[in-house]
Design a protein around this ligand. Sequence first.
Ligand code: MN3
Length: 300
Amino acid sequence: MFKRMDEILIEIPDVEKPDPNGAAAIQELLGGKFGEMSTLNNYLYQSFNFRSKEKLKPFYDLVMSITAEELGHVELVSHAINKCLRGSTHYKEPEAAPLGAAKDNRLSYHFLAGAQGAMPFDSMGNPWTGAHVFNSGNLVEDLLHNFFLECGARTHKMKVYEMTDHPAARAVVGYLLVRGGVHVVAYAKALEIATGVNVTKLVPIPSLSNKAFNEARKYEEKGVHTKLYTYSDSDFTSIDQIWKGTHPEDDLPLEVIQGVPQGYPIPEAPAVEEEFAPGISAEEFKAIAERLKQAGNIRE
Ligand code: MN3
């Protein structure tokens, strides 16, 4: 089971610099074949269907703990999309066509199906599909797939970083490059323990280091690429049998952290009146507050 916190993995820059087509590109990192919804659901189903978990506990613990981190990545990349969409349109009377600019954006679903928010789609508007989940049940095959998935995800992040210079997009993609890089190395090490083959010699794929990206380098300088979290108060401790030794790129010692990383406030999203969201007027807000007060549920 999961526990939820009203926090997010990094502080997302609070800027209003509309980049709706940048938001469309970032959708690939959310609902694309190699996006965060794919990493999340691959590990989620591999963990549900894991066989012989008692005997293979370090591998089971690895997939369980990384699953939880991926849920946080889905959350983070969604907020990057929201920040890029912010300010794309402004309120005017309907006759003045306040959504006029939106018809020329690459992904009209952001403006038509939703109210300028992230959607479980790829960059072309194709809905994410469970067909992106691979779970053969064979431990080595699944680990090999996960290693490939994380390398593919890394390539996509690097390309999206090259597509948009939006500060929120760059902050999130830079951080995810570092954390995805951790998962690449974790699966490589798991494969080495399972097979004896030194898969870490393949890293990094593509060969460009994360340190070539300003927004990734700042996290690596803090050692974010050396830490793997259990995402649990007391479970999944045996990931330390896989996440050990040194990092293949810079030889820094690897460290398992029991629990979750430090969280940051989730950004506030203002009303978008031309999209009827949230569609609650000042008078209605007052009436809601009054009803909550009468029910005794109000917090002063
Ligand atoms: Mn991820």
